[in-house]
Design a protein around this ligand. Structure first.
Ligand code: PAF
Length: 282
């Protein structure tokens, strides 16, 4: 397995492979890899001649300096894990200066309103940061296919929009959420949960499952109030938002329509760790 830290080096290496008509599958990550990431890597390996994984904690997508500082950085373990999957994987693990040459600053994007909902409302500038790094990584890796998890469903929608608006020649694949046996969506942040909070966190998915059942017969308003109430009685978990939205526009649903598909989105604080999850409702 080769680990590149320099943009120019990986560009040169990949160009050589592309000249031989090899297809490239790309999995961008911020490291602290778990089974969810590995499932994306497995897809990339299966559908392409070469799989590239980037490991880079992108400063411009964090709206909170403490969160950025505390984000787990486990490069050695990550590369060992990837090598155990396949030693043909190419890793790009740059320093900040290799990506942001002059200034560590996000570009401004319009994602046709997708950026103002949910995560965009609670994490200012987050999607400008995500757009900046993903566009930059696509310019460097020039993948044929790129793989993202549906846990960050809004991010996935925004990346599809980025590719469409900037006419980037890559196919985006959204892959299913991986969960622990207790239902907790896998996330790099789970590593930082203290034992009591780890025990409590599966309540998030249990609530989503109940919300889904209720949405069959009840209104979005009813279900939202029920979820808010369930969390208001919880000792350890603090609800930031629960929103039932149209899957395409990500706008909160007011009245249900049979022709649309809906998804429930949730963000919860477990102590100082922010967890997000979502569930398809129909
Ligand atoms: O989902 C993530 O891990 C990050 O937001 C991404 C897409 C790697 C960009 O930094």
């Amino acid at each position: 397995m080769i680990v590149f830290t320099e943009r120019k080096e990986i560009e040169k290496h990949l160009q050589g492979l592309k000249d031989q008509q090899f297809s490239v599958g790309f999995v961008p990550t911020m490291g602290a890899l778990h089974q969810g990431h590995l499932s994306l890597v497995a897809e990339a390996l299966q559908q392409n001649d070469i799989a590239v994984v980037s490991i880079f904690v992108n400063p411009t997508q964090f709206d909170n300096a403490t969160d950025l500082k505390n984000y787990p950085r486990t490069l050695k373990r990550d590369t060992e894990l990837l090598a155990s999957v396949s030693n043909t994987i190419i890793v790009y693990a740059p320093e900040v200066a290799d990506i942001y040459e002059v200034e560590t600053k996000a570009e401004r994007f319009s994602f046709d309103g997708l950026e103002y909902e949910m995560e965009g409302r609670f994490r200012e500038g987050h999607f400008d940061g995500v757009g900046t790094i993903v566009k930059r990584l696509f310019e460097i890796v020039k993948p044929d296919n790129a793989y993202f998890g549906q846990k960050d469903f809004q991010q996935l929608a925004i990346i599809k929009k980025l590719v469409e608006k900037h006419q980037i020649p890559v196919t985006i694949h959204g892959c299913p959420i991986h969960r622990d046996s207790n239902g907790l969506a896998l996330s790099s942040r789970n590593e930082r949960l203290k034992p009591d909070y780890k025990k409590a966190a599966p309540f998030i998915y249990k609530t989503l499952e109940t919300a889904k059942k209720q949405f069959g017969t009840k209104s979005a308003k009813y279900v939202t109030e029920w979820v808010e109430n369930a969390f208001s009685n919880h000792d350890l978990l603090q609800l930031e938002y629960f929103i039932i939205a149209d899957e395409e526009t990500l706008k909160p649903v007011t009245r249900k329509s049979k022709t649309k598909t809906y998804r429930a989105f949730i963000a919860v604080y477990a102590d100082d760790i922010r967890l997000i999850d979502n569930i398809a409702l129909n």
